[in-house]
Design a protein around this ligand. Structure first.
Ligand SMILES: Nc1ncnc2c1ncn2[C@@H]1O[C@H](COP(=O)(O)OP(=O)(O)OP(=O)(O)O)[C@@H](O)[C@H]1O
Ligand SMILES: [Mg+2]
Length: 320
């Protein structure tokens, strides 16, 4: 195993020891980071969404900022703004909290659309434009946003058309009883300050090196064709299945194809292989497609979920 993979697996194991029973979330966050993407995490309150992201940030020597989204936030509270400096007699740009390597956008659906858009634009363009000038974001730049699924007053749905900017939309569930007990013990220990393990932090260069190494994973032509078929099936479901055709309004964009390819490679790499298998695709496809498929009005009214559509895709499109 390569030295850099050792470090990444070490990071994964450490996070798994701190966030109990959320191995899938941890793995997907790491895949997102290695794929140079951003992640949206949805789950009920108290499932350690914030903790997972915060702990990951603490394990890397990099600039970390947390932005708590609230209804009164302004776009400039994210991006920064020009401030008049009297001594110099000129305006100066003060960078906002988006200028960091790791950004936790906590409870993103609690701020109105124009604030969300300011963040989503910065994410897509990797820069902020203010007063006719461009300010670049760093090479390691990852936004991890959380949102609460429970609908209540004062939440704003993220714009569907911009959700594509998140590489992964990760959903997390309640832990089972065994995990619940382990959480209890862990948190008791943490409160009592007994568990004070030291973790050797990773450097930004480690992450960048891992990103390069992942590119060495091989995707065969047959796997590539399978991947393309899966995406095409979201756009032309009638060619595959009548039920799907009635449920899907818009299919996934080429961004999804690229994301699927990249994330499948990283999954293979984390599993210790240098070639992609269909299982790698199945492992990541839900998180990549769940926010990129738009359901028909009828399907929404029937309460169909995109996860159900993705499951059906997988059973419809023939394996390579
Ligand atoms: N799986 C878990 N492993 C370890 N600790 C956990 C786990 N689940 C919950 N906790 C504990 O519960 C607390 C609540 O977690 P956190 O604040 O991260 O939740 P959240 O998902 O961000 O909730 P909210 O949606 O309300 O912001 C944490 O401080 C953590 O100690
Ligand atoms: Mg939280």
């Amino acid at each position: 195993m390569s030295e850099i993979k050792d470090k990444i697996i070490g990071l994964k194991n450490f996070l798994d020891s701190k966030i109990i029973g959320q191995e899938d979330l941890i793995k997907k966050l790491l895949i997102t980071m290695l794929a140079d993407g951003h992640a949206l995490v949805e789950g009920a309150p108290g499932l350690a969404k914030t903790k997972a992201i915060k702990t990951l940030a603490e394990c890397i020597t990099a600039k970390y900022n947390r932005i708590q989204f609230t209804p009164d936030l302004l776009p400039s509270d994210i991006t920064g703004s020009e401030i008049y400096v009297a001594q110099k007699g000129e305006f100066e740009f003060r960078k906002g909290p988006v200028f960091a390597n790791l950004v936790l956008a906590d409870e993103i659906n609690r701020a109105p659309a124009k604030v969300q858009s300011a963040l989503l634009e910065a994410m897509a363009e990797r820069q902020v434009s203010v007063g006719g000038k461009r300010y670049l974001l760093p090479e390691l730049f990852m936004v991890m946003a959380t949102q609460n699924p429970i609908e209540h007053e004062g939440t704003y749905n993220l714009p569907e058309a911009q959700l594509d900017r998140f590489l992964m939309f990760i959903k997390i569930d309640q832990p089972d009883a065994v995990a619940e007990r382990r959480i209890l013990n862990l948190v008791r220990g943490e409160v009592a300050q007994t568990a004070q393990e030291q973790f050797a932090k990773l450097q930004i260069d480690d992450i960048l090196a891992a990103r390069r190494e992942v590119l060495g994973v091989h995707t065969s032509e047959a796997i590539e064709e399978y991947l393309v078929q899966l995406i095409v099936a979201t756009r032309n479901p009638e060619r595959y299945d009548n039920q799907l055709a009635g449920q899907v309004q818009y299919g996934a964009s080429p961004r999804a194809t690229i994301a699927l390819d990249r994330c499948a490679k990283i999954n293979a790499w984390l599993e210790g292989r240098d070639f992609v298998t269909p299982e790698d695709i199945h492992e990541v496809i839900f998180d990549i497609l769940r926010h990129r498929i738009i359901l028909t009005f009828e399907a929404q009214a029937e309460g169909v979920t995109t996860d159900e559509v993705i499951s059906r895709l997988l059973s419809t499109v023939p394996l390579p």
